[in-house]
Design a binder for this molecule. Structure first.
Ligand code: NAP
Ligand code: HSE
Length: 447
């Protein structure tokens, strides 16, 4: 058996009351929520862990900033060494955000034998594997439940509740900002820009909302889910990403008339030993449970070979929902301390990674074209479809005036390689003025 470096001998003595000291790296939205829950749930935390959990220090940028919580000024510091090098601190909670500085501080904390809990999806998606190895080498826990879908305990569901199953598919609405925008566009007929401004005013979107609207935030989360669900080391660059900035009110209206809701879907799918990961605006059939997930809510649909379909729904962000995930991770670390099993909870990815080539990634697509309204144009479209082994499931044409028309279609399942090649082929055609939109379709009857 390995020697455990970090086990305080007295902590696993159940008869004694111990204090576990926490260092918070960051005291913003999530850090404040963590502080509040630790203060307000002391008794419950004690009964679950037999320990008193106390915030010893919090790293901030500005000591003088007005805080929404009543915290002793002496507990605030601008010097990270007061936390990561502090012998009295047992667990470091990283809720400051950013990548490089957070990575260095977490690495330093782990090297000092401190357990770490983080909410930082940007960091975990990029450097999770390396930090988990470092944690394991130091007999430390590194947990990150809050990094995906905020208050929904989806990571624990994958690594514990569903650990006996083999996951085949994970699909999620993983970004609250874009789901809020798409919901308002579809329910109130508002345009993209108005909804983005409102999301910013309500504090859902970042000041620079690029990572939200261009799908990168959701891509980080699906990379984390893919790694845990498929036991293989998925890197962010392997996720195909398309955001919602090109989605128009017209796309949403047409989607609804075909019976679909437009959602930004993160998708991780396994077929045999090949996997495929993407984030893209997707028409979700109204009968699918994800179609009715509205507003800032998140949801993750998981399909397992044995369990079949499951779905997890809840708030994907916000002070207290996110903080519950962080504090639940803290409780697990303290329980592990009691049992002397820190650093052994995570199963390192053990499967060889095989990405599915685009020629074998099949799904139906929604295509909206602006075309010349003249004889032979539909024949041209159907001929080019046939050339690329594509077939129409549903079609609608609307005159636009000036001898132009809009042709809107849902295809049967077609390979991603075919649809990409078709788009390239018709790009310069005189019959098709432009491909106004092309989105994946999920659910419904297209075979
Ligand atoms: P935030 O409100 O901006 O808070 C950041 C905190 O970190 C602030 O207290 C800030 O100090 C401190 N800080 C930042 N950079 C620092 C530096 N270089 N040195 C010292 N202190 C520094 O951020 P947040 O919304 O709580 O998010 C924190 C993390 O949780 C991020 O990784 C985010 O992606 C993740 N997350 C957030 C949510 C959410 O709903 N907000 C949900 C899931 C995950 P001052 O207070 O002095 O400015
Ligand atoms: N910007 C993210 C969202 C916050 O809108 O979902 C939670 O990760």
């Amino acid at each position: 058996m390995r020697a455990l470096k970090n086990l305080k001998p007295s902590v696993n003595d159940a008869s004694e009351n111990h204090t576990i000291n926490i260092g918070l790296l960051g005291l913003g939205t999530v850090g404040t929520g963590v502080y509040r829950i630790i203060q307000q749930h002391q008794e419950d935390l004690y009964h679950q862990t037999n320990c008193t959990i106390k915030v010893e220090k919090a790293l901030v940028q500005s000591i003088d900033k007005q805080r929404a919580i009543d915290i002793d000024a002496a507990a605030l510091t601008t010097n990270s060494e007061d936390i990561v090098m502090n012998e009295d601190i047992d667990i470091v909670v990283e809720v400051m955000g950013g990548v490089e500085e957070a990575r260095q501080l977490i690495a330093q904390a782990l090297e000092q034998g401190k357990h770490v809990v983080t909410a930082n999806k940007d960091l975990v998606a990029l450097h999770g594997a390396e930090l988990l190895t470092l944690a394991s080498d130091n007999d430390c826990d590194l947990f990150y439940e809050a990094s995906v879908a905020g208050g929904i305990p989806i990571l624990r569901a994958l690594v514990e509740g569903l650990s006996s199953d083999r996951i085949t598919k994970m699909m999620g609405i993983l970004n609250g900002t874009t789901n809020y925008m798409l919901t308002r566009m579809s329910q109130e007929g508002l345009d993209y820009k108005t909804c983005l401004t409102q999301a910013q005013e309500l504090g859902y979107a970042e000041a620079d909302p690029t990572a939200d609207v261009e799908g990168l935030d959701a891509a980080r989360k699906i990379a984390i889910l893919g790694t845990l669900g498929f036991h293989t080391d998925v890197s962010l660059s392997e996720v195909k990403v398309k955001g919602i900035s090109s989605v128009t009110k017209e796309d949403i209206d047409y989607s609804q008339s075909f019976g679909y809701e437009m959602k930004l879907l993160g998708m991780a799918e396994r077929d045999g030993d090949e996997i495929e990961l993407s984030v893209q605006p997707t028409l979700v059939h109204h009968t699918h449970p994800l179609a009715s997930v509205n507003g800032v809510f998140n949801a993750v649909y998981v399909h397992g070979e044995a369990v079949g379909e499951t779905m997890f729904y809840g708030p994907g962000a916000g002070e207290l929902p996110t903080a519950t995930a962080v504090v639940s991770d803290l409780i697990t670390v303290v329980k592990n301390l009691r049992l002397g099993v820190n650093g052994r909870g995570m199963v390192a990815p053990y499967k060889e990674k095989k990405l599915k080539p685009n020629s074998r990634v099949y799904r139906p697509y929604f295509i909206r074209l602006v075309v010349k309204d003249q004889p032979g144009v539909l024949a041209y479209i159907t001929q080019t479809f046939a050339n690329f082994d594509m077939s129409i499931s549903q079609i609608y044409q609307k005159p636009l005036g000036n001898e132009r028309a809009e042709v809107v279609m849902i295809t049967h399942k077609v390979s991603l390689a075919s649809i990409e090649a078709w788009m390239e082929d018709v790009e310069t055609s005189t019959e098709i003025e432009n491909i106004a939109s092309c989105y994946a379709v999920e659910g419904g009857k297209q075979a």
